[in-house]
Design a binder for this molecule. Structure first.
Ligand code: DX5
Ligand code: ZN
Length: 213
């Protein structure tokens, strides 16, 4: 299982140190939650802060857009050369076009599904995607409770992926901890995002990441 700690739960007063610490603690990606106060009822960070994160991160960035006007935000974050940019299907009228744009910028495109969105809705986009991110909470905040129906959804998505594009990865985001991670592994999830579990772990970041793995 690959682990992508969400820096949303980091101490922003010491953000550079926090990013260095998770990169030195065995994580695989650094998950960056970008919220615009419109698509979700929260506001986080923009390109000024994310470029500072990119400078100190020794692991690739995984940028999760929770915004209106995705294409504008793709242009803002492309210069930071993230590994992935993921955007919500619920907020995009032309997902196929945006996928091609992200790929043309040398970034792996990914689509995010909210808890109510079915995997069949993106079946005919799978061959163009590197990853699908399934939300296991309502987007907007760290520290929420895991919604268990994501397990069945991941299973259904996995069978669509096997048919359409076996190289496409599945990532799950929200409320992931050492109790539910094995359920996700069993149904074929490749990457988990974990915010409060990693940053709030009493025994430190390395132990938290190791326990998820
Ligand atoms: C929620 C974000 C998540 C969140 C995860 O909108 O997309 O990445 O920070 O935090 P936890 O692991 O605490 O649910
Ligand atoms: Zn996220």
């Amino acid at each position: 299982m690959l682990i992508a700690p969400s820096i949303l739960s980091a101490d922003f007063g010491y953000l550079a140190d926090e990013v260095k610490a998770i990169c030195d603690s065995g994580c695989d990606l650094v998950h960056v939650d970008v919220m615009d106060g419109h698509f979700v009822p929260n506001l986080t960070i923009g390109p000024v802060v994310v470029s500072a994160v990119a400078k100190v991160a020794t692991k690739p960035l995984d940028i999760h857009l929770m915004v209106e006007n995705n294409s504008f935000f793709v242009d803002l974050f492309a210069p930071m050369k993230p590994e992935y940019i993921s955007f919500h299907i619920e907020e995009e009228k032309h997902p196929h076009r945006l996928i091609q744009k992200i790929r043309s910028l040398g970034i792996k495109p990914a689509i995010v599904l909210n808890p109510h969105t079915s995997p069949e809705s993106i079946e005919f986009l799978l061959e163009d995607l590197d990853m699908v991110l399934l939300m296991s909470v309502n987007p907007g905040f760290g520290g929420q409770k895991f919604i268990p129906s994501v397990v069945e959804k991941a299973k259904r998505l996995k069978s669509l992926i096997e048919k359409r594009n076996p190289n496409c990865l599945i990532e799950v985001d929200g409320g992931v901890n050492s109790d539910n991670v094995s359920l996700l592994k069993e149904v074929g999830v490749d990457i988990v995002v974990a915010g409060s579990f990693v940053f709030g772990h009493a025994d430190g970041y390395s132990k938290a990441i190791a326990s998820l793995k």
